[in-house]
Design a protein around this ligand. Structure first.
Ligand code: NDP
Ligand code: 2IT
Length: 444
C-alpha cells in the first residue's frame, strides 16, 4: 500500500467517530500524492505524514458557568495546537453546539496549510466549545467566556498561541475573553485577534475574510479573462464572512442575490440589501425571517436552498459540508463558473470533484478564506510594534496577500501538471513550507 493510503487508513483507525477530520485528511493527503510518491522512502523514514496529521497538543477542559436563573451549566472547551513549525499556533475559537474533538481537529488541520499559504509566520491551531451563544444574555456570554479563559489562559500567549473569532465568536466574545486574560495574567499583549479597535484591534480585520474571498475570486476570474462585474452571486450564511463578502462583491459590481442562516434563506433578485442584513444580524442578532420587513419583494424560504438559484458564482460562507453533490449538480446545470469557499470545508469531497470535472473553477477554503487569519497576523504585527495602521494600509496588504496566494496555488498546480486544480495547488503550496520548516528543526 502506498504511504499516503497507509496514513489515511491509520488516521481513520486511530481517530474513530471523527468523520470531518477524516475528510480533511483525505483531501490533503490525496492531493500530496504526487509530491510524496516522488520521494516516498524519505518521507516514510522521516514519518512526515504521521507527524503532519498528529496535533502537537490537544486540550479538552471543563467550562462551568452560572446562567441567569442561578443554574450551573457545564460545557466542554477545546484547544488543539496542531503545528507550530512556522510560527505560534493561530486559529479561531468556534462556539456552536455541534463542536466536538473531530470538528476542532479538522479545523486545526486545515489551519496549518491555510496559515502557511498566507506567507506569514503563523502555525496552526483551533479551539472552541459546544456552548451556544444564541439566545443567551450578554451576562451569560460573559460568564462563559470568562470561565473558558480561566482555564485556557495557561496555554496561550502572544508568542505561543493566539486565538481569534470563528462561528459564534465575534467582537463581543473576544472582548470578554481578552478582559479575563488580561486580568489573570496582568499583561496587555496581543494574545487574541479580532479585538475591538479601542484596545488593540486592527482596522479591516472584521471585513478581512469576506473581502479577501472576493479579492482572490476576482483575481482568479481576471486571470481567466472573466470580469466579476455584472456577475450574479449566491452566498450562504449571514455571519461575519458572508456579510463582508457581499459588501465587497457589490463594491466590485457583482450582484449577490442570496444569503442564509441556520433556519432559512433569502432570495432577493434585486441584490441583498446590506444595510438591512447588517442591522438584522450585527445589531439585533435576529433571524433572517425579518428580512422581508425591510424588502417586501424578497423571498424567504425555510430550510436549505441557496444553491438552487441560477448564478454565475457560488460562495459558501456558513459551515462545513453545506454544499453536497445534489447542490453541485444544480450549480453546474445552472451554468455556474466558479465556487470559492468562504467557510471551512463547506463542499463535500464528491461535490468538489463533480464541480472540477464539470469545468467549474473551485478555490478551496484554505486559500479562499485565508484573508481573515492573514489580517489577524497583521493585527499581531501592529500589537508587537504598538502601532495601528490605517484601514487603507491593512486592506492593501490583505489584497496583496490574496493575489499572491492565488498565484502561488496556481503555480504549484501547474508545476505538477494539474492546471486549474486549486485544491491540489493549495495543498502542495501550503505543505511544502511547513515540511521544509519541520525538516530543518529535526525530530520534534
Ligand atoms: P458567524 O457565526 O458569524 O456566521 C455563521 C453563519 O452561518 C450564520 O449565519 C449561521 O446561521 C450560518 N449557519 C448555518 N448553518 C450553520 C451550522 N450548521 N453551523 C453554524 N453556522 C451555521 O461565523 P463566520 O461568518 O465567522 O464563519 C462562517 C464560516 O467561515 C465558518 O466555516 C468559519 O470557520 C469560516 N471562517 C471564518 C473566518 C472568520 O474570520 N470569521 C475566517 C475563515 C473562515 P445562524 O446565525 O442561524 O447560526
Ligand atoms: O478559520 C479561520 O481562519 C478563522 N476563523 C480565523 C482565524 C484567525 O486567527 O483569525
Amino acid at each position: 500500500m502506498s504511504y499516503v493510503d497507509e496514513v489515511i487508513e491509520r488516521v481513520i483507525r486511530e481517530n474513530p467517530a471523527e468523520p470531518e477530520f477524516h475528510q480533511a485528511v483525505k483531501e490533503v493527503l490525496q492531493s500530496l500524492r504526487v509530491v510524496v510518491e516522488a520521494n516516498e522512502e524519505q518521507y516514510r523514514r522521516d514519518a512526515i505524514l504521521e507527524r503532519i496529521v498528529n496535533p502537537e497538543r490537544q486540550l479538552k477542559f471543563r467550562v462551568p458557568w452560572v446562567d441567569d436563573k442561578g443554574q450551573v451549566q457545564v460545557n466542554t472547551g477545546y484547544r488543539i495546537q496542531f503545528n507550530s513549525a512556522i510560527g505560534p499556533y493561530k486559529g479561531g475559537i468556534r462556539l456552536h453546539p455541534s463542536v466536538n474533538t473531530g470538528i476542532i481537529k479538522f479545523l486545526g488541520f486545515e489551519q496549518v496549510f491555510k496559515n502557511s499559504l498566507t506567507g506569514l509566520p503563523i502555525g496552526g491551531g483551533k479551539g472552541g466549545s459546544d456552548f451556544d451563544p444564541k439566545g443567551k444574555s450578554d451576562r451569560e456570554v460573559m460568564a462563559f467566556c470568562q470561565s473558558f479563559i480561566t482555564e485556557l489562559y495557561r496555554y496561550i500567549g502572544a508568542d505561543t498561541d493566539v486565538p481569534a473569532g470563528d462561528i459564534g465568536t465575534g467582537a463581543r466574545e473576544i472582548g470578554y475573553m481578552y478582559g479575563q486574560y488580561k486580568r489573570i495574567r496582568n499583561v496587555f499583549e496581543g494574545v487574541l485577534t479580532g479585538k475591538g479597535l479601542s484596545y488593540g484591534g486592527s482596522l479591516a480585520r472584521k471585513e478581512a475574510t469576506g473581502y479577501g474571498l472576493i479579492y482572490i475570486t476576482d483575481e482568479m476570474l481576471r486571470c481567466h479573462g472573466i470580469d466579476i462585474k455584472g456577475k450574479t452571486v449566491a452566498v450562504s450564511g449571514a455571519g461575519n464572512v458572508a456579510i463582508y463578502a457581499i459588501e465587497k462583491a457589490h463594491q466590485l459590481g457583482a450582484k449577490v442575490v442570496t444569503c442564509s442562516d441556520s433556519t432559512g434563506w433569502v432570495y432577493d433578485k434585486d441584490g441583498i440589501d446590506l444595510a438591512a442584513l447588517k442591522e438584522i444580524k450585527e445589531v439585533k442578532r435576529a433571524r433572517l425571517t425579518e428580512y422581508k420587513n425591510y424588502r417586501p419583494n424578497a423571498e424567504y424560504h425555510e430550510g436549505k436552498g441557496v444553491w438552487s438559484v441560477k448564478v454565475d458564482i457560488a460562495l459558501p460562507c456558513a459551515t462545513q459540508n453545506e454544499l453536497n453533490l445534489e447542490d453541485a449538480k444544480m450549480l453546474v446545470k445552472n451554468g455556474a463558473i466558479a465556487v470559492c469557499e468562504g467557510a471551512n470545508m463547506p463542499t463535500t469531497l464528491e461535490s468538489t470533484e463533480y464541480l472540477q470535472k464539470n469545468g467549474v473553477y473551485f478555490i478551496p477554503g484554505k486559500a479562499a478564506n485565508a484573508g481573515g487569519v492573514a489580517t489577524s497576523a497583521l493585527e499581531m504585527s501592529q500589537n508587537s510594534e504598538r502601532l495601528s495602521w490605517s484601514f487603507e494600509e491593512v486592506d492593501a496588504k490583505l489584497k496583496n496577500i490574496m493575489v499572491n496566494i492565488y498565484h502561488n496555488i496556481d503555480k504549484a498546480a501547474k508545476k505538477y501538471g494539474f492546471t486549474d486544480n486549486f485544491v491540489i495547488g493549495a495543498n502542495i503550496a501550503g505543505f511544502e513550507k511547513v515540511v521544509d520548516a519541520m525538516n530543518a528543526q529535526g525530530v520534534v
